[in-house]
Design a protein around this ligand. Sequence first.
Ligand code: GLA
Ligand code: ZN
Length: 686
Amino acid sequence: MTDSKILYGGDYNPEQWPRHVWEDDYAAFDKASIDTVTLNVFSWATLQPDEDTYDFARLDEIVARAVEGGRGIVLATSTGALPPWLAHRHPEVERTDFQGRRHVYGQRHNACPSSPVYRQLSAELAGRIAERYAGTPGLVAWHVGNEYGGFDGGCWCDLCAASFRDWLRARYGTLERLNEAWNATFWSHTFSDWAQIVPPNMLSEHWRGPDHTAFQGITLDYRRFMSDAMLANYRDEKARIREHDATTPVTTNFMGMFRPIDYHRWAADLDFASWDNYPPGPREHARMALAHDVMRGLKDGAPFWVMEQTPTITASRDVNPVKRPGVLRLWSWQAVAHGADAVLYFQMRQSKGASEKYHGAVLDHAGRTDTRAFREVAALGAELAGLGDAVIGARTPARVALLFDWDSWWAAEMTDGFNRHAKYVDTVLAYYRALWQAGAQVDVVPTTADLTPYDVVLAPMLHVLKGDVADRLAAVTERGGSVLASFWSGRADEDVNAFLMDAPGPLGPLFGVRVEETDSAEPGVTNPVTLADGAEAVVSAAQLVFEVLVPEGAEVVGTYGAEFYAGTPAVTRHRPGGPDGDGGEAWYVGTGLDDAGVAWVVRRVLGRHGLVGPYADAPDVELAVRSKDGVRFAFVLSHATGPVEVAAHASGVDLLTGRAVRQGETLRLEPTDVVLLREDPTGAPA
Ligand code: GLA
Ligand code: ZN
């Protein structure tokens, strides 16, 4: 089933409804071409009513009805929310929050990951579910837990403290090495016994919140540890599933660019990546594209799933606008365009009570199928069914890589000094947006990724340099490629201690530049940076961070226009192989250029490699390509708010309409329009 079409459906909670409602649901699913249901996400309390009793009667019925309906089944392990009896009987399973308060029963995503009772019982439940339902017809995937870290991103209890010490022992071996990594002579922090180490929270190293720590090394290690502790929970369950089912893929639903968990540390343990796409606003198409690409990058470019999106509205925001007509379809195809092989919803039927009773659903409280929302869901279902297996398994042919690094994210945002308003994802997104608008196909990869397939590699705010990444970036230019780094790159080593040399640290020789000082300003305060390359010049209103650069081999491309450093370099370009060599280029951007400035730089970098796409100058028109067996599938998506006309970049057939398209013909795109062009491989007119 996973090979025959893009899966369509989502979270379905029949346990909340009497049986006759199920029949209405399945009839509606048929109308909407819904072929997949995610079951059993939050049912622990009924599956295990007390510590010694398991009761699968209702889940048996639910699964049987799904099988009878011929659905694909994504079966969850139900461990994302604790049952009340468990918290009552074993208070240790409850989280201790960042303030140091031990929680009592409530909410979800709130177990202490280090609790032996939680670990044992969650694994046991997963094992029993796997034992019972392995081999179920239509079982397409196991869904472990739910949105790990979703509540405050961790636990700071005594059990976690003990596990943290074990984790540190494994990482550092000796206290000498740990004290060195944490630069413990600062503020008299030299630890003489492992038992002296406590979790960094508001009772210990922090003030003002998670981003204000006296010891970045301690906090960074705790985040790494916490990410690994939750990963251990996932692994516990996966191992038990594997005792009963050797082949069905196992995953959990991620949250895109979610700070608390380093998804790169998890990626190897997922059989495929999946994530829940709830953009923070209605005009976040570039951010969504970036998040899709981050998810695709987890498994080396393999297709991922959208495990959840809302068909209409969310419920958790202060203001929850409906998706405008066409937007659900546009965003769903955008996901497919970036590599999704499943498009699933939260939720199939709106729940009757509790916090998500007004969250959008395929079926509303009245169960209607004659609403605009349902019609759009059904139309999309028909379209996905009509596409069949055309793009299943297809990959993104990217020649551009963007490095994404949780350590840099954590470190840059918890570091005192410089500017608290300069954020990691904002910076990455600024560069990604420019790539996106230019129509470049981008792989978003960890710093450990093989960079040899890429002509262009961008490293925005790569604050922490680990391993041999500096050498591998240099190798990109040695074979003629281009690299770009932004302000705050190359500042700290893996222990987040400063390099004892000029910034950008070990990147200095590659970029041919050093940072003499780093100025900062409040948001809104700008410094005009003149960017000039030959005849063309633009002025970019730079803000937040202003590194005063001293070229050491690089040429100056951008110059500050204000402040005592007016006339000094803000942007440089280095040709490490010499000005006449055929080596590549290394761009260093020492300031927060505005979008136009970033676009100016990025287009120059792409242009050198012929990677500026055909729709680069049509604002908010996206081109995303997947390819399979030598056939290119080009998705042209209009996020524009008015009609746009572009010249078709290739001949082929629009698989969504069957219409033949000739290269060069005018494509008129209305807002939210999608064209899925199967390009004619010969390039001949269709
Ligand atoms: C998350 C969860 C779901 C649901 C939705 C609602 O993604 O996984 O259980 O709460 O959000 O937005
Ligand atoms: Zn804990």
